[in-house]
Design a protein around this ligand. Sequence first.
Ligand SMILES: NC(=O)c1ccc[n+]([C@@H]2O[C@H](COP(=O)([O-])OP(=O)(O)OC[C@H]3O[C@@H](n4cnc5c(N)ncnc54)[C@H](O)[C@@H]3O)[C@@H](O)[C@H]2O)c1
Length: 251
Amino acid sequence: MRKDRFTGKVAIITGSAQGIGFQLARDMAGEGAKVVISDVDESSLKEADDALAEAGIAHLAVRCDVSSRPEVDALVNKTVEAYGRVDILVNNAGILKNFPIEETTDALIDATIDINVKGALYAIRAVTPIMKKQKYGRIINVSSICGKMGDHSTTFAYGASKGALLSATRSVAYNLGPFGITCNSIAPHAVMTKLMAYWDEGRREDAAAKIPVRRLGTVEDISNLMMFLASDEAGFINGENVNINGGYYMD
Ligand SMILES: NC(=O)c1ccc[n+]([C@@H]2O[C@H](COP(=O)([O-])OP(=O)(O)OC[C@H]3O[C@@H](n4cnc5c(N)ncnc54)[C@H](O)[C@@H]3O)[C@@H](O)[C@H]2O)c1
């Protein structure tokens, strides 16, 4: 049965030119949302823009580097100009660079925090007055299993950034809940997008063998969860983090 959970809703998804964010944009649009895709990667954004247009999907494509506060403000302003409201914000943009701790440069620490943490904070701050006025909002922060269990390999700045999103999620849930706005986070693991290209075949097989459901995640798995959290059906879930990892890590 086709669902229609997002008719009349406007959704901003950061970092949505590819991977998990792009899947979510297509899925939300398929259920009636007006989606705003945005990304710092202009060529991928153009491809995503063209793909949505070809599929006849109403959308807006905005180039936005989330580490730039003016660009995030402009993204939100352009959305309101085009569609008059913002119902859903998905802070999905993120980077993960694979270096041992002692080789993690100042520049990489700064970029990881600027994009993965500050980008989300800027976007949440920008949509807050709009969602408060609407007395409605759904905010989803894309954290990671690394934000919960720490990172076990070579991306410790990434783990720290994703941990910060868990705390931010609770603060937002607490402060904005009274205004009809919920904020939740998700903690995915092992979805083979561009971000995870540094996992070679051996590592992929090894990871899948350690996951109780014996497979890696898919962008559809992650999109399905976010669709639920962004829907009206999830109105009593607030400040929660949902693991999505096939049972690899449970808490
Ligand atoms: N793939 C996984 O296994 C996994 C696991 C846990 C969490 N995540 C998180 O999921 C989110 C989506 O990642 P993905 O796996 O789809 O990877 P991806 O690389 O396909 O997508 C990430 C997108 O973010 C964009 N981006 C990077 N820097 C940006 C910036 N400064 N401003 C705007 N956009 C920027 C990239 O261009 C890219 O399109 C990320 O936050 C990632 O940390 C992924």
